[in-house]
Design a binder for this molecule. Structure first.
Ligand code: SF4
Length: 184
């Protein structure tokens, strides 16, 4: 039986036209993924308004040092971006559409790799939006196999990660770039 990584590599070579294609990507050693307490502090400052409201966001997603130790124990990490044109730097609707497009690619990957839950980890961009109202903190997550943590929620400094990977964090004026990472 093919492994999650083998299925993923096959998927990469034949991505359908209706999802954004990967802009840049890199394979790196998970031990070099930069985790930091500072990133989690930004979550606690609640700049995005999701802190304490979802199982995939802090504090519900777990202690960042525990997540760091767990994720850095994987053998390989694949980091990738999608890049999207905006009308201008105030095009918030365009940013939302770009985020949704990036999620469609993440969802496609997750659909193909769903049978391999436990053999890989998929971290995305932004809070989980599967349910209209998250069960946090009163009841367990409804779809733990589908809910994706964002890299920032785990304490990953994505700016430093982009440098580590040789991937651009910003791709020019009037564009937005989203990151995801798979661990095998
Ligand atoms: S799948 Fe639903 S219950 Fe689980 S984290 Fe996402 S929104 Fe919350």
């Amino acid at each position: 039986m093919a492994t999650a990584k083998e299925i993923f590599m096959e998927l990469l070579s034949a991505l359908p036209e209706d999802v954004p294609h990967i802009h840049e990507s890199a394979w790196i050693d998970p031990k070099t993924v930069p985790f930091s307490a500072d990133v989690r502090q930004m979550c606690a400052d609640n700049r995005c308004g999701k802190y304490g409201s979802c199982w995939t966001c802090p504090p519900g997603c777990g202690d960042w040092e525990m997540l760091r130790d767990k994720y850095q124990a994987y053998k390989e990490a694949f980091v990738f971006t999608t890049c999207h044109e905006l009308e201008d730097s105030f095009d918030f609707e365009g940013m939302q559409e770009a985020g949704a497009a990036h999620k469609r690619l993440d969802d496609l990957i997750a659909d193909k790799l769903g049978a391999f839950v436990g053999q890989y980890v998929h971290l995305g961009a932004g809070a989980c939006g599967i349910c209209a109202t998250c069960t946090y903190p009163d009841a367990p997550c409804r779809f733990p196999e589908k809910a994706r943590q964002s890299m920032e929620a785990c304490g990953i400094n994505v700016v430093n990660l982009s440098r580590e990977c040789g991937i651009k964090y910003i791709n020019g004026a009037d564009t937005v770039t989203y990151f995801s990472m798979l661990l095998f």
